[in-house]
Write a protein that binds this ligand. Structure first.
Ligand code: F6R
Length: 359
């Protein structure tokens, strides 16, 4: 039931703060400690490398997970597209552990990988929204996303739930291993802040609709740029725009644009820059200026700590590794309103199915 919402996608975007709180309730104890199954933590601690394997939006969530596991639990992580990994296995570490990120738990490209790595005897974990799904049943360990049913084809709350579960698991693994970084990482605090930050953006829907219309009306292509986790958010924001508004969008590492693709910038080409990381904010801003100098229509989305006069949207600043939980809501709403402006069926874009059960 959509309730008061015109489309499930808007309902599901609105549910994200509740999902953050639900995940905290499901995975933390009253004293703030993260609770994860002991067998899972032992398996993770025994692994010398984690391989996150996923598709589409879930792959983009995996990209956000890598620095979380690496910085909090001191374990190297590779993130792979399931459709590539299934047929072109890289040289694996001695003790790999595979993490499958999947909203539906039915993605055929992932199942191909799961069957292969199980034959090799490697431990497997499925993180999914559907705990009765094939990939949940067939993996050694399962963690639930607790996002509630996701009906709209474009994934929103499952993406942020995946990022939050990765943060909780990375923190739990870091604590299990006794890393100093995990001790300092107050995941309960930061996920609560993320929920509040998401709500701030949800409350600015009118502004985001206006921004979507100004940027994308009459345009058939667009760029999203950023560095680090803002790059990963750019990939996801571009996918959202492509799949429901049919605008050809590309997410780019901000510094890469000048290595060729900037040739595509023409007067009016919409380019959204995410500026949420103090380490690279100045660099991304100068990349955005290069676009503007060629006539591109640049919109800057910055966190409050890095915002400058003239920025188009300010999002609340949280711990930089978790900013994607907040920043992506802007990307989701920009895509939603662009599709709405064009009169499309937001929930059921052409050519797409909710779960992709063919390879
Ligand atoms: C995009 C989208 C898809 C899925 C992808 C993987 O909005 O929904 O890109 O993320 O098909 O699906 P799951 O997560 O079910 O494995």
């Amino acid at each position: 039931d959509k309730g008061p919402y015109p489309f499930y996608m808007l309902k599901e975007i609105n549910e994200q703060p509740i999902v953050m709180r639900r995940l905290l309730a499901a995975y933390t104890k009253a004293d703030g400690q993260v609770e994860m199954p002991a067998a899972l933590l032992s398996a993770l601690a025994a692994a010398d490398r984690l391989y996150i394997v996923a598709a589409g939006t879930s792959y983009h969530a995996g990209l956000i997970g890598k620095p979380l596991f690496e910085s909090l639990a001191y374990v190297p992580v590779e993130v792979h597209l399931a459709s590539e990994f299934g047929y072109h296995l890289p040289l694996l570490s001695a003790h790999p552990l595979f993490i499958f990120l999947t909203q539906s738990g039915e993605t055929a490209d992932i199942r191909e990988v799961l069957v292969k790595v199980k034959k090799m005897g490697a431990p497997t974990l499925t993180i999914t929204n559907v705990v009765t799904s094939t990939l949940a049943r067939e993996a050694d360990h399962v963690l639930a996303l607790h996002a509630g049913p996701e009906i709209a084809v474009a994934s929103t709350k499952a993406y942020t739930a995946q990022v939050a579960v990765e943060a909780l698991l990375a923190k739990a693994l870091g604590d299990f291993k006794g890393t100093e970084a995990a001790t300092k990482f107050d995941v309960t605090h930061w996920l609560s802040m993320a929920a509040a930050g998401q709500q701030t953006l949800i409350d600015q829907q009118a502004r985001l609709h206006e921004l979507a219309t100004t940027l994308f009306a009459g345009q058939d292509r667009a760029f999203y740029i950023g560095r680090g986790s803002d790059h990963a958010v750019s990939l996801e924001a571009a996918l959202k725009l492509k799949e429901i508004s049919y605008v050809h969008a590309e997410g780019f590492a901000a510094g890469e644009l000048k290595h060729g693709t900037i040739a595509l910038i023409e007067p009016g080409t919409p380019t959204v820059a995410f500026v949420t990381d103090p380490l690279t904010a100045a660099r991304t801003r100068s990349n955005a200026e290069e676009v503007a100098a060629r006539g591109g229509h640049v919109a800057i989305i910055a966190t409050s700590d890095l915002a400058e006069v003239g920025d188009d949207l300010v999002v609340p600043a949280i711990e930089p590794r978790l900013t994607p939980l907040v920043a992506i809501v802007a990307g989701q709403l920009l895509a939603y309103f662009t599709s709405l402006d064009r009169g499309y069926d937001v929930d059921r874009p052409r050519n797409l199915a909710k779960s992709v059960t063919v390879e």
